[in-house]
Design a protein around this ligand. Structure first.
Ligand code: NDP
Length: 451
């Protein structure tokens, strides 16, 4: 058996049941195969074996009291995967589906994503099986305080700097940071995604969606195309989806679909900036459902469906897809339907939203496929810029941050494309991004010796 296959087998045996983690390991390691020949030193130092085991995984109890006075217990996680190139960095996810395997998959992906940004950040991820949906603000606050009561001892501006992810937005970051400040008594850059009044960066909320759109534009440019007048479908309607829609509108594209965990809207006329304002208010302040958008603008609504099922079942035409909701949302049957319906570009706003079979369908059909770790790296990149601004005690303007984000996304695209060419599969962004991200981390690990 080859080195890569050996490592995959071992993960399968030792981390049994961590399905998403195994999937991420397979997806990354199989594309690293060409590095084996060029880097026998990595094989000798067992870099491939070492990189799939986290530096440490912290599990903790999060007890809190709900509004009716009942004690609730959730599980808390922080997986500090690899800090070879900088302090651990990666978001916190609050969602009932969270478990160790999901946090490990996200932390593992984060290593390569952070490396691609060219900023000095290691890979980590954390979260809880707590569901903020349907909870009062007071309950969310009590939960966040209980979560930070343990997390604070594992993080620090030069150690580990968490951020948001699914279920963790501006409100949650505010409660988490406020409690950190209270118990540690240090106004430190220990979280990103902070409010502008307390050390946040302009463009951080927009960064992942804007970045995924910039990445798509770069891919399209390789074929002499752009986003103008293209028909776009975005899944989800959270942070990443919202600002993808905003940037696509700015670049002249037409977004016709969005979703949430209850259903899908198809707005054939296209979502314009007025409708987007309504959506931002609905999702971020009133915490409502996407069905209310359908009622308000009298558009089609499909309850209890994924948007990719709707694209297939209703034969909806599209040019570009931005899966921006959750892992494994696109399976091969829907990938094939997307291709049949005209989709020629997929830029992943979410982490691992396409299954490995779905990716194969895209690649076999010459679809421009931007994998999450490259396409959605804009969020963590601007988090890195937030840390820089905090350290320097300055704030850059909107234009400055957006310009830096644009340049970073352009570079990530260039590095991924170049690595795909050097390693023999030009245009395979999945392989290119994995290899480009991996090499920097592997070289740093080599420099440190066996630790
Ligand atoms: P949000 O919580 O803001 O939004 C998530 C959206 O996806 C919501 O519309 C939610 O619906 C929907 N959703 C989540 N899980 C499911 C599910 N299991 N089934 C159906 N719908 C679901 O999260 P973000 O926008 O921050 O994150 C979205 C994706 O982007 C995630 O994969 C995340 O890891 C990734 N990402 C996020 C970054 C960021 O900066 N925020 C950075 C890089 C990647 P509902 O509201 O009904 O729950």
């Amino acid at each position: 058996m080859g080195v890569i296959q050996d490592v995959i087998e071992k993960v399968n045996e030792k981390d049994r049941g961590q399905v998403e983690f195994l999937q991420a390991v397979k997806e990354v390691l199989t594309t690293l195969e060409p590095t084996i020949i060029k880097h026998p030193d990595f094989v000798k130092a067992k870099i491939y074996e070492r990189i799939v085991v986290p530096d440490r995984a912290i599990l903790f109890r999060v007890p809190w009291v709900d509004d009716s006075g009942e004690v609730q217990i959730n599980r808390g996680f922080r997986v500090q995967f690899n800090n070879a190139i900088g302090p651990y960095k990666g978001g916190l996810r609050f969602h009932p589906s969270v478990n160790l395997g999901i946090i490990k998959f996200l932390g593992f992906e984060q290593i390569f994503k952070n490396s691609l940004t060219t900023l000095p950040m290691g890979g980590a991820k954390g979260g809880s099986d707590f569901d903020p949906k349907g909870k009062s603000d007071n309950e969310v606050m009590r939960f966040c305080q209980a979560f930070m009561r343990e997390l604070f001892r594992h993080i620090g501006p030069d150690t580990d700097v968490p951020a948001g992810d699914i279920g963790v937005g501006a409100r949650e970051i505010g409660y988490l940071y406020g409690y950190y400040l209270k118990i540690v008594n240090q106004n430190a850059s220990v979280l990103t995604g902070k409010g502008l009044e307390f050390g946040g960066s302009l463009i951080r909320p927009e960064a992942t969606g804007y970045g995924a759109t910039y990445f798509a534009a770069e891919m399209l440019a390789t074929r002499g195309l752009d986003i103008k007048d293209k028909v776009v479908v975005v899944s989800g309607s959270g942070n990443v989806a919202q600002y993808t829609v905003e940037k696509v509108i700015q670049l002249g594209g037409k977004v016709i679909g969005l979703s949430d965990s209850n259903g899908v809207i198809i707005d054939e006329a296209g979502i314009d900036s007025k409708k987007l304002d309504y959506l931002l208010d609905l999702k971020n302040y009133r915490r409502g459902r996407i069905s209310e958008y359908a009622e308000k603008f009298k558009v089609l609504y499909y309850a209890d469906k994924s948007i990719w099922d709707v694209i297939r079942e209703q034969s909806i035409k599209l040019d570009i897809a931005f899966p921006s909701s959750h892992e494994n949302e696109i399976e091969s049957v829907n990938a094939q339907a997307m291709v049949n319906n005209g989709c020629f570009c997929v830029s992943e706003g979410a982490n691992m939203p396409s299954t490995m079979d779905a990716i194969e369908v895209f690649q076999d059909n010459n679809v421009l496929f931007g994998p999450g770790k490259a396409a959605n790296a804009g969020g963590v990149a601007v988090s890195g810029l937030e840390m820089s601004q905090n350290s320097m005690r300055i704030s850059w303007s909107r234009e400055e941050v957006d310009q830096k984000l644009f340049v970073i996304m352009k570079n990530i695209h260039k590095m991924s494309l170049e690595a795909s060419e050097v390693y023999g599969k030009k245009g395979d962004y999945l392989m290119g991004a994995n290899i480009a991200g991996f090499l920097k981390v592997a070289k740093a690990m080599m420099a440190y010796g066996i630790i």
